[in-house]
Design a protein around this ligand. Structure first.
Ligand code: FSO
Ligand code: SF4
Length: 550
């Protein structure tokens, strides 16, 4: 079976994954059916637009759209079953709106195939293969711009989904997603109009990250400076990975007093920084490294593991942890048990995981020490006096925003070397799993301010932008690019695409993007990004530090 995917940084040969399995381990069956659900979402959006124009209520549909897009992100879901269910649901939603429109005498005509195609489960496979992952546009630049919009939208949907889960939503973000999905099918849009759509996606990237920041901080308080233990305790534990804070909150509540400790993995580390989560005494530490180190980390953890979102790495067949991994939310993996949503708004039921944990050995210690984090915008602004003074006296010469993702490619050692070789009078601002390349190095501090300031998860890159904008005010500058800040962003999957587009929207120029530029950028689109925004790839550590310090 054929596949075509180039949505992440690991696309095979820097072009696309086309063989029997993607580099991430996804099979053609799964990726094709996920592409079918995206194809059908475009058609559904034509209907939801019409429904809104005709004041037809479509409760919950936009949240569902976010959830489906989020499911198709790299390393989130490896099952055919989930996307079959979602594709069926899309068709049902569409038919429901069609019937309601018909009642009002509105009939849609001359629709494209993705808005009319109908079939049941047995037809999905053939149809999904015929779509085959390629973004449909004859012109390679339009195709590239559509890819930027679609992958940006997937990242946007992921962050919107997290906010939605906490009860926060924003109608204009829903409507933008709808408009963008419809625009992706509009062959009449010019190149310029497609570029405008890419930039508008960035605008809504800022909005969605602001919404998620509000959702997280209003629910769990503002992140505080926190030291997180990376060693282990004597009790058995549950390791929780991914980005969903509501899941960890429910797990912490349900394990309180049970004798089971909770450890975070990868992007769940920043949960320790939130007052309403760190108050749980049995949230005892962070275990292991970034997402791609899970195959070794999970072997020694000894207890159950819960995935709340990406990034999953398919395990070896004989992995000792195979019977101990659970998925929830949009994640899924054949052979791993899935924990469903709670019924009628109740909490998810994690009792099976907790009972399993009680029978397991405590984690094996793989390292000792602490890492420090919690430097989101509110906390950093409390330190503003010290930071501004340090800049004025020259104690801090420059800030380096090194947010984004980590990955398994050797070339990412660049980021460790970069951090290690930066002059000692510089400070790294980080967010996302990119930090695992340097957050355990002893880089010291400047007058008590640590040289690595971790704001949180990848979505907290927003926090770094807020910090930059506030510094711009303090120093009374007109342009964010006049600040002593340089951006060296590492990307991997589609959430990093929306982070990048959001930074462009905020006017940030000269971003270095690595370890490689996206495979879905056509030469002309890459040229526009270079000429308009100064985006450039990475070189050697030495050269990059020299040019970025200048
Ligand atoms: Fe990393 Fe994975 Fe958070 Fe991504 S764990 S790579 S950009 O999912 O979302 O930073
Ligand atoms: Fe390849 Fe990345 Fe697509 Fe996986 S998500 S198939 S690694 S391009």
């Amino acid at each position: 079976m054929k596949m075509y995917c180039y949505q992440c940084q690991e696309a095979a040969k820097g072009i696309a994954c086309t063989s029997a399995k993607g580099v991430c381990g996804i099979t053609p069956e799964v990726i094709n059916i996920q592409d079918l659900s995206v194809y059908l979402l475009k058609g559904l959006s034509i209907y939801t637009q019409k429904a809104r124009e005709n004041k037809i209520v479509t409760n919950g549909i936009y949240k569902f759209v976010n959830h489906v897009l989020f499911t198709t992100i790299t390393n989130a879901n490896f099952t055919v079953e989930t996307s079959v269910k979602q594709s069926k649901a899309i068709l049902e939603y569409r038919k429901d709106i069609e019937a309601k429109l018909a009642e009002k005498g509105v009939v849609l005509e001359n629709l494209p195939e993705y808005a009319t195609w109908d079939g049941d489960e047995k037809d999905f496979e053939v149809k999904s293969q015929s779509i085959g992952g390629k973004i449909d546009a004859k012109n390679e630049d339009i195709r590239s711009l559509r890819a930027l919009v679609l992958y940006g939208l997937k990242g946007l949907a992921a962050y919107a989904d997290h906010a939605n889960v906490l009860g926060f939503e924003q109608q204009n973000i829903f409507e933008f997603t709808e408009k963008a999905l419809v625009s992706l099918t509009n062959d009449n849009l010019t190149l310029e109009e497609n570029i405008a759509l890419v930039l508008e996606t960035g605008k809504f990237g800022v909005e969605v990250m602001a919404l998620l920041d509000k959702a997280n901080t209003e629910t769990y308080g503002h992140p505080e400076i926190t030291k997180v233990n990376i060693g282990v305790q004597k009790n058995p534990g549950i390791l929780i990975s991914g980005h969903d804070l509501k899941d960890i909150e429910e797990l912490l509540k349900q394990t309180e007093g049970s004798g089971v400790d909770i450890y975070t993995h990868s992007e769940m580390l920043p949960a320790h920084y939130y007052p309403e989560l760190k108050k749980y005494k049995h949230l005892v530490g962070n275990y292991g490294g970034a997402w791609w180190s899970q195959k070794t980390d999970f072997e020694t953890f000894n207890g159950p593991i819960l995935f709340t979102t990406n990034c999953i790495v398919p395990p070896k067949k004989n992995a000792t942890y195979n019977d101990k991994v659970f998925t929830t939310g949009n994640t899924g993996f054949d052979g791993w048990k899935h924990i469903s949503e709670g019924k009628n708004g109740e909490e998810k039921d994690f009792s099976e995981i907790i009972e399993l944990a009680k029978k397991c050995k405590a984690p094996t210690e793989i390292e000792t020490g602490e890492i420090i984090g919690g430097f989101a915008h509110n906390q950093v602004m409390e330190l503003a006096g010290t930071v501004v003074e340090a800049v004025k006296t020259g104690a801090i010469k420059k800030f380096f925003v090194m947010a984004g993702c980590d990955g398994r490619m050797k070339s990412r050692n660049y980021y460790t070397d970069f951090a290690e070789n930066l002059p000692k009078d510089t400070v790294i601002l980080t967010a996302g799993c990119a930090k695992y390349r340097y957050n355990k190095l002893n880089l010291g501090d400047i007058g008590g301010v640590p040289r690595v300031l971790d704001a949180g998860q990848c979505n907290d890159s927003y926090s770094l932008a807020v910090i930059a904008l506030k510094l711009k005010e303090v120093f009374e500058l007109d342009d964010i690019n006049d600040l002593p800040i340089a951006f060296n962003i590492a990307w991997y999957e589609q959430k990093a695409v929306i982070v990048l587009l959001a930074l462009l929207h905020l006017g940030v120029k000269n971003i270095k993007l690595g370890p490689t530029l996206p495979a879905f950028l056509s030469p002309n689109v890459a040229k526009v990004l270079v000429e308009t925004f100064g985006i450039n790839g990475i070189n050697t550590v030495e050269e990059d530090i020299k040019t970025m310090m200048a």
